[in-house]
Ligand binder design. Structure first.
Ligand code: CIR
Length: 263
């Protein structure tokens, strides 16, 4: 397994009661906290089942969307980069995450420029590069600052475009192995994944494009059998996790963890 799919640790944060105030593009009703917590428990258990250590952080009432920890940092083998979320209600989540990263890494740097915005959901780390989708949450200044910060660690960043109306780049794609990307057709048709082996999610199952490859497992949102079977056909073990409540807030499998393997 490459550095892009092998992880010794994950960081998660339990959802808080304030989750009903979480951001959403379309209101399909409030998430049910108890059901979300039970999905979250299954998610954490699946990560632990691969042998990884999971750091489970306490709920943060002040930040309704703070269960979506992925947006607060980029974790690479050499160090972590603390993000600058592009929406005011989430900006403070990054500072809350920083000390937990410092506990695991000797090098932690941060996006700090006032005009820079970038969220982890827009970043796909593959076996060969870091793809960052420009979106309503991640701008050119944020991507440029990230590029400067990770260059000394030997990483190159390629700016791409998150499809219009899609929250994050990884809403529409995820890494299955170092060279294989699961993608919606609307994203793969843009050509930004040229050179990768691309598996398109079947039509009607676009919401299943956001999975996570975590060691030997791929975690897939429950309810998308054709996507599950397409991944199973690659020979990777799949585990389905309920995502009905996070989906009401535009969240999926990747949003719920930071995945890392500090070197
Ligand atoms: C938000 O709008 O920021 C949250 N309701 C959802 C964040 C999902 N995060 C992710 O895709 N990485």
């Amino acid at each position: 397994m490459s550095f892009a799919t092998h992880f010794t640790h994950a960081i998660t944060r339990r959802p808080s009661g304030s989750i009903v105030c979480g951001l959403r593009a379309v209101d399909t009703g409030n998430p049910d906290l108890a059901r979300m917590q039970s999905h979250h428990d299954a998610y954490v258990a699946a990560l632990k089942g691969t042998g990884a250590t999971v750091v489970e952080l306490s709920p943060l009432e002040t930040y309704p969307d703070s269960v979506f920890v992925e947006d607060t940092a980029l974790c690479l083998p050499q160090g972590a980069v603390v993000m600058r979320p592009g929406t005011p209600s989430r900006l403070g989540e990054a500072d809350e995450m920083a000390p937990h990263l410092r506990a695991l890494y000797s090098e932690v740097v941060a996006i700090t420029q006032p005009d820079s915005f970038i969220e982890g959901g827009d970043i796909l780390v593959t076996g060969r590069e870091i793809l960052v989708g420009r979106s309503a949450r991640s701008n050119a200044a944020g991507i440029a600052e990230l590029t400067r910060l990770v260059a000394p660690w030997g990483h190159s960043v390629r700016e791409v475009q998150t499809p219009t109306g899609v929250l994050h780049f990884k809403t529409d794609c995820s890494l299955l192995d170092a060279d294989t990307v699961l993608s919606t057709r609307r994203l793969s048709a843009s050509g930004c994944l040229a050179g990768y082996r691309v598996i398109d999610v079947p039509e009607g199952e676009e919401a299943a494009a956001n999975t996570i490859r975590f060691n030997d497992l791929v975690l897939v949102p429950a309810g998308f059998p054709r996507t599950r079977d397409a991944i199973l056909a690659t020979g990777i073990t799949v585990q389905e996790i309920g995502n009905s409540e996070c989906a009401k807030l535009d969240g999926g499998m990747s949003c719920l963890s930071l995945r890392l393997s500090p070197s």
